[in-house]
Ligand binder design. Structure first.
Ligand SMILES: [Zn+2]
Ligand SMILES: [Zn+2]
Length: 127
């Protein structure tokens, strides 16, 4: 592949915005906003630098946001699981003495465990 702007020169990379080949002279390095080295992007110098920078920022925001949503689901899953386990065990142990009341606690506990499972699987979607 050759440079789009200089067809006689070989390209060193492609612009992230327009996917055109760029020679060393036309390629502008857009520093990564995700803080990961090696994520830097190339852009047409003085043409698509802003577009690529905005694209990177938008993508970094999306990654951050989905991580945050995922961890909220995971935290909910742990909370529901712990409370659900306590209710289930307590309800089950009271079943013989408290009858319906124990059964009620057991059902609430199982429902919370079910909610924990739902949150766990929902959280996995965001990884
Ligand atoms: Zn471009
Ligand atoms: Zn060029």
């Amino acid at each position: 592949m050759n440079c789009y702007y200089h067809p006689d020169r070989p390209a060193v990379g492609v612009c992230k915005h327009c996917q055109r080949g760029l020679c060393a002279e036309d390629a502008a390095l857009v520093p990564s906003t995700t803080l990961r080295p090696g994520d830097d992007s190339l852009a047409c110098k003085d043409r698509h630098e802003n577009e690529v920078r905005e694209m990177d920022q938008w993508m970094a925001r999306n990654i951050l946001q989905s991580k945050r949503i995922g961890s909220v689901y995971n935290r909910n899953a742990i909370f529901y699981f712990l409370v659900g386990a306590v209710f289930s065990i307590y309800g089950y142990s009271q079943l013989r003495f408290a009858g319906l009341q124990g059964l009620f606690l057991l059902i609430v506990g199982l429902f919370l465990l079910f909610a924990a499972g739902l949150n766990f699987f929902e959280g996995r979607k965001y990884k």
